[in-house]
Ligand binder design. Structure first.
Ligand code: KG4
Ligand code: ZN
Length: 335
């Protein structure tokens, strides 16, 4: 049994969890949505201050819930990249302090590796190889996860991340922050066929279309033009539904093509946008028809959380990949 305390502070959720192998023993999350909502997006300075205010409270809660002393752990895992540097530094400072006090190994985790590893919490028997459609606020890609938990990028967005597109379109429609959940809630009351929107395609130099790469900035611009063109009142639910339909089709098509081409029979969908109900339904139905097994973590493990970081920490610790105490945060880092 490997028991890990995990800390995640890369953006606007402060999260702490204790994970034992692939099981969550205790977890606590403090969302900062209310603090950022008035500004229409995440304000980095406010994020850092808020993490600092709540992190000790969450650590205490999780410790009480498990009844463990931090000296009984096997390691402390912490998100070190990518993300807001000031926000990451709060988690890193807490993790390093505890590592020194309780003489625990420190394991720095890539945030996106955490999102992928959320699948192991969902299916304790899951093993590579599998394909992961990684869809978050800052990242959109198709990654083959192979033996030894190695990552092989196969396709990606060439411009906006899909979560970013949800957030920007929600702002255009006056739905506020965070935009993804707002569109998810509104879209079922609209007509997804009301407006034909362009599914961004990437042309190849020799002709044809890149099979796995994606683009979402053209779609966002098309929604902006539509909003400017339609005389009021704006059919907000129809625009939201049409946008969401186009995105879900684009993601589902790329993921299916990639899985079939690569001979990967398991598809994991991970990251904040994997919480989207239409994406979950459509991709599950389509993949199942093609004989592909789909694993999508429950909503709380799609958006940012510490359990996924703990799960990644268990894997890295077992591989002997600890981090030095001078581990630093990085705003950008390849997976
Ligand atoms: O993974 P995540 O929590 O943070 C990052 O690592 O970026 O993803 C946040 C993104 C935001 O863009 C948010 O709007 C989007 O995930 N999101 C959703 C939904 N819930 C969160 N997008 C569509 N539908 C949702 N239900
Ligand atoms: Zn995330």
């Amino acid at each position: 049994m490997t028991t890990i305390l995990a800390i995640e502070t890369s953006c606007d959720e402060t999260a702490v969890a204790v994970v034992q192998n692939r099981q969550v023993l205790a977890e606590a999350v403090a969302s900062q949505i209310a603090q950022h909502q008035v500004y229409g997006g995440v304000v980095p300075e406010i994020a850092s201050r808020q993490h600092l205010e709540v992190i000790n409270v969450l650590l205490q809660q999780v410790q009480t819930a498990t009844g463990l002393s931090w000296g009984e752990l096997d390691a402390i895992a912490v998100t070190c990249a990518p993300g807001l540097v000031g926000a990451l530094n709060i988690g890193l400072a807490a993790a390093k302090t505890l590592a020194i006090l309780y003489q625990q190994p420190l394991v720095g985790i890539h945030h996106l590796e955490g999102h992928i590893c959320a699948a192991y919490l969902t299916d304790p028997h899951l093993q590579p190889p599998f394909l992961c459609l990684l869809v978050s606020g800052g990242h959109t890609s198709l990654v083959a996860v192979r033996e030894g938990q190695t990552y092989h990028p196969l396709g990606q967005t060439r411009d906006d991340a899909v979560g970013e597109a949800f957030d920007k379109v929600a702002r255009l429609l006056g739905l506020g922050y965070p935009g993804g959940p707002a569109i998810d809630r509104l879209a079922p009351s609209g007509n997804p066929q009301a407006f034909a929107l362009p599914e961004g395609k990437i042309s190849l130099p020799g002709g044809g279309v890149h099979p796995y790469d994606m683009s979402f900035s053209g779609l966002k611009t098309a929604v902006r033009r539509l909003v400017e063109k339609i005389p009021p009142p704006l059919p907000v639910a129809d625009v939201a539904a049409s946008f969401q339909y186009t995105v879900v089709q684009a993601l589902t098509r790329r993921a299916m093509r990639c899985a079939l081409d690569q001979g990967l029979t398991t598809l994991v969908v991970a990251g904040g946008v994997a919480a989207n109900r239409e994406l979950r339904q459509t991709i599950t139905a389509t993949a199942t028809q093609q004989g592909i097994r789909v694993i999508i973590p429950p909503m709380k493990y799609c958006t940012d959380n510490a359990a996924m970081i703990g799960c990644a920490g268990v894997i890295r610790l077992k591989q002997g990949q600890g981090s030095p105490l001078h581990l630093t945060s990085q705003s950008r880092m390849m997976l």
